[in-house]
Structures are given as structure tokens and as C-alpha cells.
Design a protein around this ligand. Sequence first.
Ligand code: AMP
Ligand code: MG
Length: 393
Amino acid sequence: MHIRIGFAYTSNCLKKPAFFIELAHTSPLLEPGRFTFSGIDGIIYENPQKEVNEVRKKALKITYFLAALALCVTGLCACAPKSETASFFAMNTLMDITVYGADIQAAYDAQSIVNSLDRELSATSESSAVYAANTGEAARFTENGAELLSRAFDLCKETGGALDITVRPVMEAWGFTTDEYRVPGESELAELVKKVDFSAAAESFDGALLTLPEGMKIDLGAVAKGYAADRAVESLRAAGVEHAVLNLGGNVALVGANTKGEPWKVGVKDPFGKSSYVAVLSVADCNVVTSGGYERYFEENGMTYWHIIDPETGMPARTGLAAVTIVGESGVECDAFSTALFVMGEEKGLEFWRQIGGFEALFIRDDGTIVITEGLQGSFESSSDWEVAHREG
Ligand code: AMP
Ligand code: MG
């Protein structure tokens, strides 16, 4: 058994130093991840402040108890850790991998897979393959990196170009890559969208080497976290982990059900910021991924401009939606589709869902009302007005 009284931290909501947090990993009373969030970094609790206060009180009592126990009867203590969390920063966001009834090493191994994908796929790190490709070099990708690239090109095609990983020159023009925001002129955008063409980029990829046509740049921000979740989940399962919650910056992946055999509760963030969440999904063994304009935006002259771009116009996608959440088995697909359906809008998005299937969707409209696809009925709760979209009709 691990009784660690050291310095570390875990879920964002429990921003408390060290010894207390580590005990949270080992105490059944402090089970983290009872309520996980899609669309925001970190794990939250139903009533965060109350929860934190209660948890702190319990933690202090348990600290003394466990410290005494550790000193006196270390060898006799046979209770397995309830949960352990690896918290780290990768892909420009905070990530948590929490395993239940398993060794933390499994979470660390999953973390290192995410870290190496981050090193390879970051568009800003000078040593990455994506950076090399974007500067016109013949860039070599690892097996995982190459698999993601070819999946991404396929998904761009499948979504009819609503997802287009060659959108980077446009992202740069808006300043989303540097945080130096500006509104590009019409003619500038018209020139830039000529360089947005995933099919030309796909032709320049031979399965390992990518040599982009001049002026083209790729950005895997719409799919990388989803793919990383797939590889991390694969590694956890291979290590025998049966219950885990991965929160990769709001991309949630769930291994199994919770330790009681019940579905996990995943909150869908309120895109309007009025409350913490607008809906709760009770789900297991799947991914829950949210894309929304609220995640990254700037305001100028009373207008809001966000980071999800319509590849046809180079403008932020405005389709009457505040956010889209996708639930499905494949992390990379959920990630790709959450971005793509945000670009498509509700009507085309539902049409796409009817044609392609294999996933469920939740649309939050600009007026706050919600549409869920029929497969989410029974696992969805919300106090907002909501309706169900059916496969037929
Ligand atoms: P996500 O948060 O998964 O919806 O991905 C958004 C990120 O993907 C943005 O920050 C951009 O880096 C990139 N992106 C924006 N628009 C698109 C698009 N239409 N297709 C592909 N990637 C995009
Ligand atoms: Mg995405």
C-alpha cells in the first residue's frame, strides 16, 4: 500500500499542498473524480466549495490517523489505494489521469505516452515533427504520430472539410497561435484560405514523411488530445486497469464504469459561464469531448471572435451554437467531430450523425437550449430546455 505523505497535487479543485492531497488518493472518503467535467480543465465536484471544505476536514483527521498507522503497523496495512492521480501539463493544458484500485505507475506510463505525443505534435516546439513540417522540411513522424496524421486526413475528408488540419495559417493571422489577437482583412483571409487544403497536404504524406506544399501548415489542435486519450487508455487497459478517468484538458476518457459498477458522471460545462455545468451525462467506457467558442476567444469592437474556424471562409464558425459535445468510443473521432460539428452547425451536424453514426452528440444553441441525439436519452440530465433528435426524421 502507498501511504505517501509528501508534496504533490492532484485535481484542480483541491488546490491544496501535498500531504493532504496525496492522502486523497489513498482514502475512500476522498475519492476524486466523482464528477468530471467535459469542456474545462480539471475535475470538479457537485458543490465544489462545500466539497472542498468537507474534504479538508476529513483529510486532516485521516492524516493523523494514517500517519500513526504508517508508523506503527506499516506491514499490516493491507487496504489497496482507492485511487491515484497523475496530474501534469501537456498539449497546453492541465491533464489528470486517475486510476482506481491500480498502481499509480499505470497512470505515469499513460502520462508519458501523452508527453511524447505532445513533443512530436506541438506546432510551437522547434524540435517537433509538426514544427519541422510547417517550416517546409520533410518531417518524419513516429508510428503513433503517423497514425494520427492519416486518421486526421481521413476525418477531414469524412467531415467534408469542416475539419481541416491545414487551417494553421488562418489561425496565425487571427493571432490565436501567439495570443496577439487581431481581425484580419477580407482579402488577407481570402488569400490565406487558398492555403487551407487538407487533400493537398494528404497527398504530400507517404505514411511516415510529410513534406507540405509551400506555404501550407498543419495544426493538430482539434484532434491531438483525442488521439492521446486513445493511446493512454490503451496503455491503461494493457496494464490491467479496469477503472480510470482521464481528463485531458476537458477531453474526458473513461475506462470501465466506476468501482461500484455505476456509470461515471460527466458534467458538460456551461458555455455561457452562468453556472458550472448545464448537463450531466452518466456514461462508461467512452470519451466525452466538447468544443465551444467560449474556450478561446477575444473581443473587438463589440464582436467576439473564437478559435474554431470555418475553413471555407477563414472566419470563426458562427452557426448558432455555443458548444458541441460528442460521446463515443474513439477519442480521436470524438475530438474531430466536436470541432467539425461546431463548424457544421446543428442541421448539418445532425445530418452527419444520421449518415455516419457511431457516436452521439449534444448541441448547446446560442439561446441556451439543448439538442441531444437519441442515443443519449436515459444518460442525460439537465435543467435547461432540451429536445431529442431522432435518427429517422
Ligand atoms: P477543439 O478544441 O478540439 O475544437 O480544437 C480547436 C483547435 O483546432 C483550434 O485551437 C485550432 O488549433 C484548430 N482548429 C480550429 N478550427 C479548425 C478546423 N475547422 N479544423 C481543424 N482544426 C481547427
Ligand atoms: Mg476537437
